[in-house]
Ligand binder design. Structure first.
Ligand SMILES: Nc1ncnc2c1ncn2[C@@H]1O[C@H](COP(=O)(O)OP(=O)(O)OP(=O)(O)O)[C@@H](O)[C@H]1O
Ligand SMILES: [Mg+2]
Ligand SMILES: [Zn+2]
Length: 314
């Protein structure tokens, strides 16, 4: 089967081409299940111009990974950086809902042009209404979709490609770390111990996969109510800070629990765009600055610490 046919069969009717695709040899790795430690080379493809791939993860579901990924991307873009978001949660994709981004266009016979939200390029399986969810639920299909998102999307020149990971520490995370050279991972937690226990699982996964951790973002840190303007620490105070200290990582941000985050997210508008002067937006800006400064520094120092993970395929 040609590469194009594969895209077509995966993405249903999304690619709209009038001429038949020429038969192209398919790289043998295309059909393989990833082997630990063996990286999949990009097939002349989408990642060539990407400087840093950063995964956003947590052990736990519903702690705000997707919301934070998008807003971090927007905060990095606000620094003048070129940014993309890859929604790796093929089972429960969020980035299309959060942005109302349209479907990608097809470029040539087998490349997808990602739609943009406020200048950030986004790809999510939810953009392909014809992808058969039952098929995706089988592991190999999910892995193949991810590979296509990495190699068959025209990401172009990007300073950052942020990856919105699904919850947990399963196959998707593993496949991704094998397929994409990650510059690092950002850990998301909420303040309470229940969440932190699960983040520790993600920490040991990233350690096993040799993915450097860039810092901790604590979400839903506190609530400011209308009536008294005080910070209410609903989920207890300081869990994120303790975790960061324990891991020797920076605490990148403490994002308040703000009902407007839910409202605007459900309208397809990110906090960074709809409430740029909110406390949440200020924290996203701070986190983006620390991440970009940190990675720039590590790259400059050239101590080889990150070398293996940096994209040097050009
Ligand atoms: N700081 C916040 N204040 C208020 N609501 C928030 C905040 N962060 C996230 N939410 C809300 O919490 C819900 C879960 O957020 P989100 O989908 O980003 O989490 P997730 O970790 O990606 O979830 P999943 O594990 O299912 O992928 C959403 O309704 C989102 O709007
Ligand atoms: Mg999510
Ligand atoms: Zn109050």
């Amino acid at each position: 089967m040609s590469l194009f046919k594969k895209v077509q069969s995966l993405f249903g009717s999304a690619p709209d081409v009038s001429s038949p695709a020429p038969q192209k040899p398919v790289a043998s790795s295309d059909a393989e299940t990833p082997v630990p430690g063996k990286k999949v080379e990009p097939q002349g493809g989408g990642l060539e111009g990407v400087r840093h791939i950063v995964a956003v993860g947590s052990g736990k579901g519903g702690v705000g990974k997707s919301t934070i990924t998008l807003n971090l991307a927007l905060a990095l873009a606000a620094q003048g950086l070129k940014v993309g978001v890859l929604d790796a949660d093929v089972y429960g994709p969020s980035q299309q809902h959060l942005t109302n981004a349209p479907r990608p266009e097809l470029s040539g016979e087998d490349r997808l042009i990602p739609p943009e939200y406020e200048g950030v390029k986004i790809i999510s399986v939810a953009m392909f209404s014809n992808v058969n969810q039952a098929q995706v639920l089988r592991g190999p299909m999910a892995t193949q979709l991810l590979r296509q998102f990495l190699t068959q999307v025209n990401w172009g020149d990007l300073d950052y490609l942020l990856i919105d990971l699904p919850p947990g520490t399963g196959d998707i995370q593993l496949s991704l770390a094998q397929m994409a050279p990650l510059s690092g991972a950002v850990l998301i937690t909420t303040p309470q111990e229940m969440s932190i226990i699960d983040v520790r699982k993600a920490v040991s996964m990233f350690k096993t996969l040799n993915v450097p951790m860039l810092g901790v973002i604590e979400n839903m840190s506190y609530f400011i109510c209308d009536s008294c303007d005080k910070k209410h620490y609903i989920f207890r105070k300081g869990g994120g800070a303790r975790l960061a200290a324990e891991l020797g990582l920076p605490l990148l941000a403490e994002i308040p629990l703000d009902p407007r985050v839910v409202e605007t997210s459900d309208e397809g508008k990110a906090v960074m765009v709809s409430m740029p002067s909110s406390d949440a937006a200020r924290e996203f800006t701070k986190a983006a600055k620390t991440i970009s400064d940190g990675l720039a520094l590590q790259q400059k120092s050239g101590d080889g610490g990150l070398g293996y993970f940096l994209l040097e395929w050009k």
